[in-house]
Design a protein around this ligand. Sequence first.
Ligand SMILES: Nc1ncnc2c1ncn2[C@@H]1O[C@H](COP(=O)(O)OP(=O)(O)O)[C@@H](O)[C@H]1O
Ligand SMILES: [Mg+2]
Length: 344
Amino acid sequence: MKQENVSLKTRTDDFEHQKMLEIKNLKVVFPMEMGLLRAVEGIDLSVDKGKCVAIVGESGCGKSVTSLATMKLLNPAQAVVQVDKMELDGMDITQLSEPEMQKLRGRKVSMIFQDALSALNPVMTVGKQLDEIFRKHFKISKKEAKARSIEALRMVGIPEPQMRYKAYPHELSGGMRQRVLIAMAFACHPDLIIADEPTTALDVTIQAQVLQVLSDMQRKNGTSLILITHDLSVVVHMADEICVMYCGKIVEKASTRDLFKQPLHPYTKGLINSVAKMSDEKGEFVQIPDSLPNPMNKPQGCYFHPRCPYATEQCRQEMPYMETLENGRQVRCWNWREEVCYVE
Ligand SMILES: Nc1ncnc2c1ncn2[C@@H]1O[C@H](COP(=O)(O)OP(=O)(O)O)[C@@H](O)[C@H]1O
Ligand SMILES: [Mg+2]
């Protein structure tokens, strides 16, 4: 027992400060008829090995575009992507060709999307779809692929996996389909998984079960995970670190514990308050006032100032820089030091 503890400790130490993904200054622009839509404006993102980093923010703030850019899945005819550095496990992926990326996807990095019905092929059984993944990446027989697929279904808690292997996607419930996507994402033991709103389409109880499966699989496999969600309550038990995104920029980055204990950005505070209110007053969802600005016409100064109760003249004029605090957490706000920004 003692020895096991020691080896676990060494493993954690080895993992420390080893980056699975490192992105510096990612920008994504969609040239539109009406002008330029700056969806992502210079994001830095890094995920250590075996860790879970969450990207949180309201719908439309650029979370999916960030993840698609990381997988190099944005259509170059629509999106202009610029990045200073994009390394996966120390390898520069900016220059990789599409065939080279295809080899990486699934094997080294894979994605779980919100909508399992559109991610799965409706006319193929889920078992065959899993078989295909195994056979694409490993030289194995059909029989061996089937055995691995059934095991993969069992690992994500699908009851009677031999039976479900033969099911078509529409024959499974939403939660079961999402488990199939998780099984597919983990099939080839990738180093990094990007889960984009993996449980948004599910009801709350099923959502919790599916998140538990995702979290267990991540920990068991030592996979790095980027968990994308508009719902802060989803990440509290799963993420090691949280990046809060607003209008294409990261406005706050901190360990999950620090962020919930003391959010520094007024936007983060608003998100946390809305989660807290949701759990005590039934059905009363307290939101941050107004909504996101038009992405084609973002305000001058801090993008959050029109919705911020603490905005000053400086906030209306100048975009705050990302300030790094002593303990490594970061915040993009002129007034975070003001007492008003702390949780009451
Ligand atoms: N293919 C596209 N063409 C033009 N605009 C896009 C495209 N994809 C996303 N956008 C825009 O980029 C912004 C960020 O979108 P997205 O990353 O999907 O937001 P989120 O995932 O945070 O809800 C939005 O304003 C969205 O309308
Ligand atoms: Mg999205």
